[in-house]
Design a protein around this ligand. Structure first.
Ligand code: ADP
Ligand code: ASP
Ligand code: MG
Length: 407
């Protein structure tokens, strides 16, 4: 008998028929002689709708985060109950548990809480009584009993963290594609399914826009050594195994290409080139709780330079407001400029540590496609560029082909 954690994403539970499909698969897994904890997301579109409603009733200011969590957690609560009912209707036994009931404790950072501890006693008790446990994804509870949520895509984290806590033999993430592909298959039709990928590569891909997995969940899996599979809830095709790096993996130079839309750029022109300027700029940004991505500072001329950085377009208003307050301290002529409508394309692979020429090949592919590069950044296993958003899909396809990733 194995202990299995399965997770079904929003599209997989998006309609009553699909919920019954998941219920059937979960029940089959149990009937094959296993104990099953099944994590589900909100039905597709539900979380987005709840966010929209919250903004409609609170147009004057961002909705209060505590109440946001009370609201958003209802999406998953609906799905656990419906799936448990479907399992009963098919002749099985299932009990639904919210994150709090399942012992998932988090910190107090509403809307993007971190799991601090899991006490899975209730889960074990229900499993030992012959139940399937239907666990609400994306949510937990603070020490003082407040409901929290784990950030967008957080049901992946619930599944991986619960798999670690109960020492599951298998963790399966069921979604609407067959696994992790060399690029988003909706954008690059010739993308191939990857059989195995290291945590590190999956993490870089997820955090540079391949949202097939929530990046924090991959970070958690890496930290606690939770191997997991990404598979399709609509078929039985083999999926992608995400696991620790093995020696053969480095022979593949580029594992995949990621794209991230809705980026924006802030440029501060004519800032004084003296100690403390960057600290003032990024201190202001940090205190507005804005996460920044690439940073470029130009070579200075006559004691004057300029600094640019990128961020999510959604954070641009907050960033602008916080920078306006410090602008007068950055130099007499300092000026703020912002650009939206840009996007990021990245190539990722642990083979980049030992192979040269990746950046050159990427830039050549973009040049041949007539695509202008606005910014560049590199890390040990990633090279990323900023391009015009209207060109991002062509950029991804050109790079995918250049690295021989097409099927
Ligand atoms: P779920 O609701 O199951 O969590 P998501 O929508 O979060 O599903 O993730 C699945 C989607 O991720 C796919 O439909 C696909 O379009 C997108 N995606 C982006 N990058 C990749 C990639 N490299 N491989 C597979 N899917 C990807
Ligand atoms: N329902 C949440 C979201 O849409 C969590 C998840 O689906 O993983 O972000
Ligand atoms: Mg997801």
């Amino acid at each position: 008998m194995a202990l299995i954690v399965q997770k079904y994403g929003g599209t997989s539970v998006g309609t009553p028929e699909r919920i019954r499909n998941c219920a059937r698969r979960i029940l089959e897994t149990q009937r094959a002689g296993n104990q099953v904890v099944a994590v589900v997301s909100a039905m597709s579109g539900v979380t987005d709708n709840l966010i929209k409603l919250a903004k409609e009733v609170s147009p004057e200011q961002d909705p209060i985060e505590r109440e946001m969590d009370v609201l958003l957690s209802t999406g998953e609560q609906t799905t656990i109950a419906l799936t448990a009912m479907a399992i009963h209707a098919l002749g099985g036994k299932a009990v639904s548990l919210t994150g709090a009931q399942a012992g998932i404790s988090t910190d107090r950072v509403h809307t993007k809480a971190r799991i601090v501890n899991i006490t899975p006693d209730a889960v074990h008790k229900m499993l030992d009584a012959g139940n399937i446990v239907m666990l609400a994804g994306f949510q937990g509870e603070t020490a003082s009993g407040e409901i929290t949520t784990l950030g967008r895509g957080g049901s992946d984290l619930t599944a991986i963290a619960m798999a670690a806590a109960i020492k599951a033999d298998l963790c399966q993430i069921y979604t609407d594609v067959d696994g992790v592909y060399t690029c988003d298959p909706r954008v690059v039709k010739t993308a191939q399914k990857i059989q195995e990928i290291s945590y590190e590569e999956m993490l870089e891909m997820a955090s540079s826009g391949s949202k097939v997995m929530q990046s924090r969940s991959v970070e958690f899996a890496n930290k606690f050594g939770v191997r997991f599979e990404v598979r399709n809830s609509m078929n039985n095709n083999p999926g992608t195994l995400v696991k620790e790096e093995t020696p053969g993996m480095e022979s593949v130079v580029v594992r995949g290409v990621s794209l991230e839309r809705n980026q924006a750029k802030v440029t501060i022109d004519d800032v004084a080139d003296r100690p403390g300027i960057s600290a003032a700029i990024f201190g202001a940004i940090a205190s507005a709780n804005v996460i920044i991505d690439m940073i470029v500072q130009n070579v200075s001329f006559d004691g004057i330079t300029d600094i640019s950085f990128t961020l999510s377009a959604a954070d641009l208003p907050k960033a602008e407001a916080s920078l306006k307050a410090v602008l007068p301290t950055l130099g007499e002529k300092a000026q703020l400029r912002t650009t939206s409508g840009i996007a990021k394309v990245s190539v990722v692979g642990i083979g980049m540590r030992s192979h040269s020429g990746v950046a050159a090949k990427m830039f050549k592919a973009l040049a041949d496609g007539g695509i202008n590069i606005q910014m560049i950044s590199t890390s040990e296993i990633k090279t990323a560029v900023i391009v015009q958003e209207s060109e991002v899909e062509n950029a991804a396809r050109a790079i995918h082909t250049a690295f021989g990733l097409d099927v």
